[in-house]
Design a protein around this ligand. Sequence first.
Ligand code: NG1
Ligand code: MG
Length: 521
Amino acid sequence: MSGPVPVAGALADIYPTPALAHEAPRWNRLLATFDAVYGHRADFVSRSPGRVNIIGEHIDYSLYSVLPMAITFDALFAVRASPAPEGATSFTIRIANVQGDKFPAREFSVPLAGPIDIDAAKFEWTNYFKCGLRGALELLHKKRGPGCRPCNMDVVMDGNVPVGGGLSSSAAFVSATALAVMVANGEKTVDKTELTELAIVSERAVGVNAGGMDQSASVFSEPGSALFVSFSPRLEARPVQFPPTNPELCFVIAQSFVTSNKQVTAPIHYNLRVVEVTLAAAYLNAVLNPPGTELPADAGSLGTSLRGFHDTYFYHQNASDYGAVKSITQEEELQKLIELTRGALTQEEGYTREEIARVLNLSAADFEKRFLSSFPVRAERFKLRQRALHVFTEALRVLKFITLLERPLHTGRSDTTPFNEELGGLMNATQDSCRDLFECSCPELDQICRIARAAGAYGSRLTGAGWGGCSVHLVPANKVADVKAALEREYYASKDLTEEQRENAVVVSRPAGGSAIYLVD
Ligand code: NG1
Ligand code: MG
């Protein structure tokens, strides 16, 4: 699945492709806006989609595999590049948006020697462009050395992924930007893994210590497939098809319109969870592995992860006598870790800093430095038991979901309802775990899930970070209208929504393709 990002020969070629054909007016408007703003044609369009996560929530930063899929909403950038004049000490970016009233045009210069300033404290739409730009330039400098002279760029953006709604508008934005900058600066091919890795690191510059699911889904997805993304031992993605079912399955995405601005709430929500699962890994390592065992430095967002603990634990077991008796599957390993966690992390009420530092044999100062200094968090107690149990059970549900998809036992049956229900049941269990163990749901999301299930959804859950945002529902095709109507009646009707919000509240999404470049001829 790795390899270069596809470059479509000519923009005209995309219009007949079914997935994007209905988008032609939008693309035309983008290019017309570009002509009007800059007085010349664009060279190319860079595109990256948003995503919905089907299963595997809040486990990417613990380096467990997840199953998202790209959606048809995307970020588009029309671009023309020109070399910075001879002798110039900086280059210039001019950037406008099709929705100019909401997102005003900006112009900024960047010294050739850098740095690119990003004020993460300010909410400014071009910050995400700067993130992608910074990441891409770092990669170009690494490839080409100090003589690298970035181009001036004229850019117009059109994004239609709902912002702050759990569909990863940010990953679409950053991945499409980074790709645009690479191509504008003469890269003929851009490797998907390289692009994804740089988008992951770049997005952390806006202050959220995120995992890598969104960027992987945005870059790697293929039309018609979900994407199985693994992070350990290295980033890998492969498309996974849903088998034909009867009744046919649809993914319905429903907004809660509870806004959860991750950048603002990170210290008590997202970043705190990253710290809690990292602390759980360190704690379990201290009490379950041989004395003195160090967790491997890995790509978890705080440098060590529950997956790192998982691997070290079974490495030591195998080195003693466990492995000699029988080798066990990853599912069995996770079952074992769930049992061990229940026995080792018994405090339902959570753990104080002092309690954890004592077990880790760290001074208060070292504890702060190691776990609490890279991203600020606020908490008196850390709920290690609940967070670790969520991660291990959710990792197990992902494996079960994939096994079902890849070995469907219903082949040949005319009615696949039991299979459909099994998939849905796993999604429902994820929602319970997000609500009770990870505490990342909210009453509105819980209510939406109840309404959708009562109206015929097999499975309903929050998707993305949670605390608001979006939900995803596995629904038989013949019940989609009922689910929509029930949500309208029992949830949206009492909300004060704009016309546009009402229109986009519920969408049925098909799995769409990932990042690509389209040349304008
Ligand atoms: P959202 O909130 O949908 O962007 C976030 C993280 C993911 C993942 C999910 C929870 C970012 C950019 N992404 O997704 O990496 O951890 O939460 O599964 O913050
Ligand atoms: Mg995001």
